[in-house]
Design a protein around this ligand. Structure first.
Ligand code: ADP
Ligand code: NI
Length: 216
């Protein structure tokens, strides 16, 4: 039953997210799944089936891919109804997905190790070389500038401001990406984050050098 549920979820997600270009595409989901299972294995903790299911389905109810948050939750819930696994497992998967979103830096207490692992895997995919690429892809889609020195970095912001306020993709590094390494739950994810974090710092350093023409 478990293998079948994974297969059904994979198919459903590919269908739902396949064409999305905001960084929530199938390959993102697949990297999150792979990294989550890797963390689970190295930490030797958590239920790998719940982790894999939650990782696969984690972007289904995302506000950006649905008209309302409610609609997103219903989409996930209706899909889970078609899967032959215990209600308790379905409840856990929904709870994980509901709790892991970043939402402008607001911290929600994660109740289970499975939630912590999937959140770590999702956050790892927002940093490093992939994270840089995703930030500019997202910024481009939103019509946001790559950088504007006149725009100030927002320290504290509401969810509304995080989504709608004026920012640039370079600003997003300070508002979110550079903070992520200190917000990880597991030691394995922290180790994986080190190189990725360094990569973003070198990228920014080089970016400003070229911006200022110091490299001429
Ligand atoms: P989360 O899944 O944690 O809620 P988002 O859905 O907000 O993250 O973001 C999806 C991807 O787009 C991430 O890689 C994120 O870093 C990037 N992103 C989100 N907001 C911005 C922004 N204002 N500028 C640039 N990139 C962004
Ligand atoms: Ni994600």
């Amino acid at each position: 039953m478990k293998d079948l549920s994974i297969e059904q979820s994979e198919k459903f997600v590919r269908n739902e997210l396949g064409e999305d270009a905001t960084g929530h595409d199938w390959y993102h989901v697949n990297r999150v799944r792979r990294n989550a299972l890797h963390i689970c294995k190295l930490e030797n903790i958590g239920d790998p089936f719940i982790i894999e299911m939650a990782a696969l389905l984690h972007d289904i109810p995302d506000e950006k891919l649905n008209t309302t948050i409610e609609q997103g939750k219903t989409k996930l819930n209706s899909f889970l109804k078609t899967i032959m696994i215990p209600d308790e497992a379905k409840g856990h998967i929904e709870e994980i997905i509901d709790s892991i979103s970043y939402k402008g830096g607001k911290k929600t207490e994660l109740k289970t190790i499975e939630a912590k692992i999937v959140q770590d895997a999702d956050r790892l995919d927002a940093i490093g070389a992939i994270g840089i690429a995703r930030a500019f892809a997202y910024g481009g889609k939103k019509g946001q500038s790559i950088y504007d020195p006149a725009v100030s970095v927002r320290e504290e912001m509401s969810i509304e401001e995080y989504r709608k306020g004026k920012s640039t993709s370079i600003h997003h590094f300070y508002e979110k990406l550079l903070k992520l390494k200190d917000l990880l739950n597991t030691d394995t994810a922290k180790k994986m984050a080190a190189n990725r974090h360094q990569m973003m710092l070198s990228f920014l350093e080089q970016f400003y050098q070229e911006w200022d023409g110091q490299d001429l």
